[in-house]
Write a protein that binds this ligand. Structure first.
Ligand code: SAM
Length: 243
């Protein structure tokens, strides 16, 4: 267990509470599917491809929620190490206990409650850092990127997956219309919660474009910053290295 970290997986929880959290996570997963038309699975899968997980690698998945990126990372690394001689490791770190609890037991990743802006880990522990659909919710992004840099070892790599706005004018118009007219209504119909979905749309609009985000990542000390757009640019993966 990392220094100073609290391993929630060791906590005893009443089965009833667990069940409640599981249903929260289930509706959360459904919401992800529904927001992205199932595409988030593909984007995460490509992200894990880019990570190229190998035996001995150590991932921290920040704002990891129920931990699907970490699970896929461990599975792929395990495929390269059938005898399990140098198992890869992963930690799912999230500020929300309920999300961690909901994912606990689905895979072999450790679960640690912590804030992206102040990670409860010592310097240079990890080979990979990922944050999937989480950086948009972080208040002080510069602090989060500095923390990512700190907890990565030399040669370690950063992966930031986030919604974005399509660069092409025509597609952007369609996407804006979908965002304004379809998403909040669907949110209301499916989850009975128009406001949360409106917030999601607004937060994606306020979020910096890929070039600006790349500059923020560089400012934290990272090199070789690049990005890849997915699905016409509605999602972007930034990658960088600590070298
Ligand atoms: N990465 C997961 C995925 O792609 O399914 C979860 C994404 S979810 C949209 C955002 C997550 O960020 C939530 O689980 C939330 O608790 C977490 N979060 C928000 N602010 C955070 C912070 N400052 N530090 C760590 N986690 C945070």
């Amino acid at each position: 267990v990392p220094f100073g970290a609290r391993d929630v997986s060791r906590e005893e929880k009443a089965p009833l509470v667990r069940e409640v959290f599981r249903s929260v996570a289930t509706s959360y997963d459904v919401m992800n599917d529904f927001m992205s038309g199932g595409m988030h699975r593909v984007w995460k899968s490509v992200t894990v491809d880019r990570m190229n997980p190998q035996p001995g690698h150590h991932l921290i998945d920040v704002a990891g929620g129920t931990g699907d990126i970490a699970a896929s990372f461990l599975t792929r690394a395990g495929e390269r190490d059938p005898r399990g001689r140098a198992p890869a490791e992963a930690v799912v770190c999230d500020i929300n206990h309920a999300m961690l609890d909901a994912g606990n037991g689905r895979d072999h990743a450790a679960r640690v409650c912590g804030d992206a802006e102040k990670l409860p880990f010592t310097d240079g522990m990890f080979s990979h850092y990922s944050i999937g659909f989480g950086i948009r919710n972080v208040t002080d992004r510069a602090a989060a990127f500095r923390e990512a840099f700190r907890v990565l070892r030399f040669g370690g790599r950063l992966f930031v997956l986030e919604f974005s706005q399509p660069p092409t004018e025509g597609f952007r118009a369609v996407y804006d219309r979908y965002s304004d007219e379809v998403i909040p209504r669907l949110g209301e119909a499916v989850a009975g919660d128009r406001e949360s979905y409106q917030y999601l749309v607004d937060s994606i609009r306020r979020f910096p474009g890929p070039d600006d985000l790349a500059s923020e990542i560089r400012a934290a000390g990272f090199s070789r910053v690049k990005y890849e757009r997915f699905t016409g640019g509605i999602c972007v993966l930034h990658m960088a290295a600590k070298i």
